[in-house]
Design a protein around this ligand. Structure first.
Ligand SMILES: Cc1ncc(C[n+]2csc(CCOP(=O)(O)OP(=O)(O)O)c2C)c(N)n1
Length: 646
């Protein structure tokens, strides 16, 4: 029987980068074509990040071709663009499990592969990570080991990236930073750095110097051991240009090379070979296009094609499942529309997002009120301090940051906002288990990390109406620091445009009465708990349900009622068990001398991998099924039937 024609003839010969390195240089373009097709074929039917990986296909192939990976260390920033890297490093055959429960992670992960040198998901860590590796190599005497950070122009806007450049440049460390410039973050990149990179790309001076530099670099391989001398000449050439135009990276003592076409794999191979042999800190500026090589993505919005979901790869049509009946909106969209409504009435309200306008839906306000809504770049710390500054002047900033990214800005929350008791409203999006993005993006810690900060109000709505009312309450005069956290995805109310009403801070509400046991929930997970309680009622259990709304101040009146009436209490939250709402309830019980059997349901003290939210709630044991089981375990299987008979 004839062998079937391989779909990806060259790619299928590559299990590891060592196989890639066996190929001739003139085969690399074909590898790029096949790698791109492979990504398109799989992401179109499985979903995931898309545009960024297509944009670095040539860079990925060239890096693994030139560098001796995994001995040489490639450090990808954010990691959403590393699909090509994964496919070339032993994971092609299992790539169809990408982002699926128990499958490959959507981001580089040390435990997954020795080629994944640094776990990532949050941005702007690559330069610092690679610098640490380079310094460690030097200390260990590994003179032949190369460390390369690959960072996008969006990720480069973060202070952390500049902190690392500053350190590396000052220390003169041998390392290469590749600045992959596609002018895009998820949304269009913002700020002065973006303008600067555009200027440098189009500057005649630099293009002239670039040619001089390449001429010199062309000689470097011939010079071999004299690389240092050549490097000096390169430096002088660039420095002479600096007299005419200063270069930001040069002033940080990096040697700057480029810009080069990041889609010309042959040229990239030559350039990387040359740079590999130049000592000291170097930066190579590559110009790429997000979605490169897939016409609908190149022609369409890079924001949409960042992670488009499933699509028909022939037509480029993004597949949208049209529900038969109206569905509840996403919490994100309720936030986006409600802030505009509130801001129309209250001129002090402003909106702030660190680079997530589409993700958190602040883009609705940016469109409606461009002067009052700010995308500050990937700069969570700055977003918080900037909000604090505005709050000192009587503005009411709604600073919307994903729960896991807020971890970056903890000191700013403590020092700049809470200590000064400023009225900044923190809207924590993606609170709880975030789903397919996995542990880097789960927002499991915010109740715990905010609850211990004096002045901070910590709240979470159970539905759209509560989100709107909490937002309304938070902008009333003199509220101080106020956090409102909600999960990724849809709420529960199709009719969600409810009139705004103030909620008394620190009050929960009784959702349903009962006599056998009390379930205390916080946030959206309360709806899933309610499903379990429905099932339990059908079996004859009488379960009281309270929606706490606030973790802090916690509703003490409500808790006196609960502990006065019930010997069995369950707390349930989409959050780490340690330090969250359940912990606050236990503290109350201890402080007031109550005694009851309290079971806390939430995320145990371990890392939770990726999967759908539903899969993860089940895995972590706090979905409706787990609640039914927990109630039965606490009360005894037949308690419901007995109480029904009695
Ligand atoms: C600390 C942090 N904030 C926000 C994000 C969300 N995020 C993921 S990718 C991305 C854009 C990155 O842009 P860039 O570095 O230019 O890479 P590109 O997608 O353009 O290749 C953002 C904002 C994140 N991953 N980490």
């Amino acid at each position: 029987m004839d062998k079937p024609t391989p779909t990806y003839p060259l790619l299928e010969q590559i299990v590891l980068p060592s196989d890639l390195r066996q190929l001739n240089e003139d085969q690399l373009q074909q590898v790029c074509t096949e790698l791109r097709d492979f990504i398109i074929d799989l992401v179109s039917v499985k979903g995931g990040h898309f545009g960024a990986s297509l944009g670095v296909v040539e860079l990925t192939v060239a890096l693994h071709y030139v560098f001796n990976t995994p001995y040489d260390q490639l450090v990808w920033d954010v990691g959403h663009q590393a699909y090509g890297h994964k496919i070339l490093t032993g994971r092609r055959e299992v790539f169809h499990t990408n982002r699926i429960h128990k499958g490959l992670s959507g981001f580089p992960k040390r435990s997954e592969s020795e080629y994944d040198t640094f776990g990532v998901g949050h941005s702007s860590t690559s330069i610092g990570g690679a610098l640490g590796m380079a310094v460690a190599s030097k200390l260990k005497g590994e003179k032949d080991r190369h460390c390369v950070a690959i960072i996008g122009d969006g990720a480069m806007t973060a202070g952390q990236a500049f902190e690392a450049l500053n350190h590396a440049g000052g220390a003169g460390t041998d390392m290469l930073v590749i600045l992959n410039d596609n002018c895009m973050s998820i949304d269009p990149n913002v700020g002065a750095l973006k303008e600067y990179l555009t200027d440098i790309t189009t500057s005649h001076t630099y293009n002239k110097v670039k040619d001089d530099v390449w001429n010199l670099l062309g000689k470097i391989s011939k010079f071999g051991p004299n690389a240092q001398a050549i490097a000096q000449k390169v430096e002088n050439a660039v420095k002479s240009a600096l007299l005419k135009q200063s270069n930001l990276f040069e002033s940080l003592q990096f040697r700057y090379f480029g810009p080069v076409d990041g889609h010309d794999v042959d040229h990239l191979v030559k350039v990387l070979r040359d740079l590999r042999d130049i000592p000291g800190p170097k930066i190579l500026h590559t110009i790429t296009k997000k979605g490169k090589g897939y016409a609908p993505a190149e022609a369409g919005s890079p924001t949409v094609w960042h992670a488009p979901g499933l699509f028909n790869k022939e037509t480029g049509e993004i597949i949208k499942v049209v529900p038969k009946s109206p569905q509840p909106p996403k919490y994100q969209d309720v936030f986006g529309h409600s802030i505009v409504e509130l801001a129309e009435k209250n001129p002090k309200i402003v909106g702030v997002t660190p680079a997530m306008p589409s993700g958190c839906s602040l883009n609705i306000m940016m469109k409606a009120m461009p002067d009052r809504a700010f995308d500050v770049g990937i700069a969570e710390q700055h977003a918080v301090t900037f909000s604090a500054g505005m709050a000192t002047q009587g503005m009411v900033p709604f600073c919307n940051i994903y729960s896991s990214f807020m971890q970056r800005a903890y000191d700013q929350v403590v020092h700049d906002v809470a200590l000064q008791n400023l009225n900044v409203v923190f809207c924590l999006d993606r609170g709880g288990l975030a789903g397919a993005d996995g542990p880097t993006h789960h927002g499991n810690f915010d109740f715990a990390y905010f609850r211990c900060i004096p002045n901070m109000v910590v709240s979470a709505p159970m539905n759209e109406e509560e989100l709107r009312n909490l937002m309304y309450t938070a902008q009333l005069p003199d509220q101080g620091p106020f956090s409102i956290r909600y999960p990724r995805g849809e709420g529960v109310m199709t009719e969600w445009k409810t009139p705004f009403k103030a909620i008394k801070v620190g009050t929960g509400r009784k959702v349903r009465s009962g006599t056998d046991i009390a379930v205390l929930s916080i946030g959206h997970i309360g709806n899933i708990a309610a499903k379990g309680i429905d099932a339990l009622e059908k079996e004859g259990f009488s379960v009281a349900h309270y929606d706490m709304r606030f973790v802090k101040p916690i509703d003490e009146m409500l808790l006196h009622e609960v502990f006065g009436k019930f010997k069995h209490v369950i707390t349930i939250e989409d959050h780490a068990i340690m330090g969250g709402m359940g912990s606050a309830v236990l503290e109350f019980m201890g402080d007031h001398g109550y005694s009851a059997h309290v079971k806390r349901m939430g995320v145990a003290d371990k890392w939770i991998e990726h999967g759908t939210q539903k899969e993860l709630y089940a895995e972590c044991g706090y979905d409706d099924v787990a609640l039914v089981a927990a109630v039965k375990e606490m009360l005894g299987e037949n308690k419901g039937i007995k109480s029904a008979i009695a």
